[in-house]
Design a protein around this ligand. Structure first.
Ligand code: SF4
Length: 528
């Protein structure tokens, strides 16, 4: 099951164009783009856009459809079916994960443009205005940090505390002494202005001044997020910030997932170090730890599927299979998805989150993702791995609700939770309670899991890379000696879900209890 989210303006504009969602089936023989405007949709020829990067694509489509069109498009990487390709909006807000750019590429769907000024019906417009002003005054959690810096606020602390992986998950902060060079303070020095998604009062994004040194990236390139700073930074032992901004912009323009691209380059560097690939394979590039020029050059090769970049463009799992010689040992992925930039040895809940129906994704929820106020999670003992299953389940259910509502996950974490049902009710006129939302989230979790099981993908296909959970443990740094008791964490969670303890298959009774009898019939034929 693949899913990915992006900020920007596309979602609201789709609503103003008259739709809540777009379903796309089949493939086109020729490149096309979809224009959705004022309640109507049409397919348009896109041969002239094929091969263009995202910035060029957005510029051309706006010239054809109007400057107010909002666009989600793929770059050359999605066209070339890279399994780490993404869908980009606003020239740099990426629905990056799960390789969804390749899905559009396979359909020869270059872009979707949306445009509209239709009125959005609201059940209680004045109540909504009041609620907005009330809850804006109460924003809590890390909101100030996010306003000042965005996600890069946590980079330095994460590297120093062990949350951020270092040297392809095999090193510690001892191996990366120049971490301060990619800190939030350095990033905002190079920022031109802040960037906010549609009507967002936080504005955690940013765009950069033109690169004027060794890396001449464009003015307006998006600010690298935390995950990008770590994937191209500490994971590759690279402390050259401008090179990370450059690599980020290449990924955004060509449509690549920065987490997967950085992780794949870290994997390739380790293969190079261990002699599994050499300078002939890299096309003359000295692919060594911290060599920022090599990292940027390899990013471009991946984007274009050139030379070794063709092998790396499908991520670490596929690359390890093609390189052979034991390269799998250095491939940090779960079921083909590169592990994101949070270490379960620091925050153990990530170990279970990474085994979600969409594996290796840090944003699929747990008790680590919670609102600023207004919600009690089931208690658990902080000194042991046991007994966290119910809290993890609740966190995961709530994040599914937030994602399905189209809210920003940061909005959720800065708000009093009561705001979520309140806003939903004021918009829809329904009367959702907290219990209703938890049930909706649980249904979503079960549907996603059932989708995988129906397609023959069960939890026992998901193998956690041993380094990620401290096998063997790190020898230095704040996490030295630490291991994650994954089996204990996972069994508790699966019990809380009433899913099979080996495969993760939802029980028949659970599906029926959630009103999913049709799904139960598919998963449990002959028993319903
Ligand atoms: S807080 Fe969320 S909605 Fe606001 S700018 Fe950041 S990502 Fe976009």
């Amino acid at each position: 099951f693949g899913e990915s989210y992006a900020g920007g303006f596309f979602g609201p504009e789709l609503k103003f164009a008259g739709f809540d969602a777009i379903f796309i089936s089949g493939t086109s023989p020729e490149p096309v783009y979809i224009l959705v405007r004022e309640g109507k949709a049409e397919l348009r020829e896109a041969g002239h856009l094929w091969g263009k990067d995202v910035v060029e694509t957005e510029t051309i489509i706006r010239a054809e459809c109007g400057q107010d069109a909002r666009i989600a498009s793929i770059g050359p990487s999605g066209e070339k079916l890279s399994l780490i390709s993404s869908i980009i909006t606003a020239q740099g807000r990426a629905a990056a994960r799960s390789g969804l750019g390749a899905v559009m590429g396979a359909k020869r769907l270059k872009a979707i443009a949306v445009q509209g000024q239709l009125e959005v019906p609201l059940a209680d417009p004045s109540g909504l205005k009041e609620a907005r002003s009330k809850y804006l005054k109460q924003l809590g959690g890390n909101v100030k940090l996010w306003r000042d810096y965005g996600t890069c606020a946590v980079t330095l602390h994460a590297i120093q505390s062990g949350d951020a992986p270092i040297k392809n998950w095999g090193g510690s902060v001892i191996d990366f002494p120049r971490a301060v060079a990619i800190s939030h303070e350095r990033v905002v020095e190079l920022q031109q202005r802040k960037f906010a998604c549609w009507r967002c009062p936080v504005a955690c994004g940013g765009v950069m001044k033109r690169g004027t040194g060794f890396y001449q990236y464009r003015e307006g390139a998006h600010k690298p997020e935390y995950e990008t700073l770590v994937a191209f930074g500490s994971l590759c032992l690279n402390s050259n910030l401008e090179s990370i901004i450059m690599a980020n912009d290449i990924c955004n323009r060509y449509g690549l997932d920065t987490i997967s691209t950085g992780a794949t380059i870290a994997f390739a560097i380790e293969c190079y170090e261990k002699g599994l690939i050499n300078k002939r394979d890299t096309g003359g590039i000295e692919l060594q730890w911290g060599n920022h020029e090599a990292i940027v050059a390899m990013t471009k090769k991946i984007a274009l599927r050139e030379g070794l970049g063709d092998i790396l463009a499908d991520g670490v799992k596929a690359a390890a299979e093609r390189i052979g010689k034991g390269a799998e040992e250095f491939a940090m992925h779960i079921h083909g998805q590169e592990v994101p930039m949070h270490d379960p040895k620091r925050y153990s809940f990530y170990a279970v989150t990474y085994l979600d129906a969409t594996p290796a994704r840090h944003t699929q929820g747990s008790y680590g993702y919670r609102p600023a106020a207004g919600l009690e999670f089931p208690a658990y003992e902080r000194t042991t791995f046991a007994g966290r299953g119910k809290a993890h389940k609740m966190g995961s259910d709530l994040v599914h609700v937030v994602n399905c509502a189209g809210m920003c996950l940061y909005g959720y974490m800065f708000l009093n939770f009561e705001a979520i049902p309140r806003f939903l009710n004021l918009v829809t006129g329904r009367q959702f309670t907290l219990d209703d939302l938890l049930r909706i989230g649980e249904r979503v979790a079960n549907l996603r899991q059932a989708f995988n099981i129906r397609e023959g993908v069960s939890l026992d296909n998901f193998k956690m890379p041993s380094r990620v959970i401290g096998q063997p443990p790190l020898g230095t740094g704040p996490l030295a000696g630490r291991r994650v008791e994954l089996d204990v964490l996972l069994q508790d969670y699966l019990k809380a879900r009433d899913w099979d303890l080996r495969t993760g298959k939802p029980s028949r009774n659970k599906l029926i209890e959630l009103g999913l009898k049709d799904i139960a019939r598919v998963l449990w034929p002959g028993e319903c």
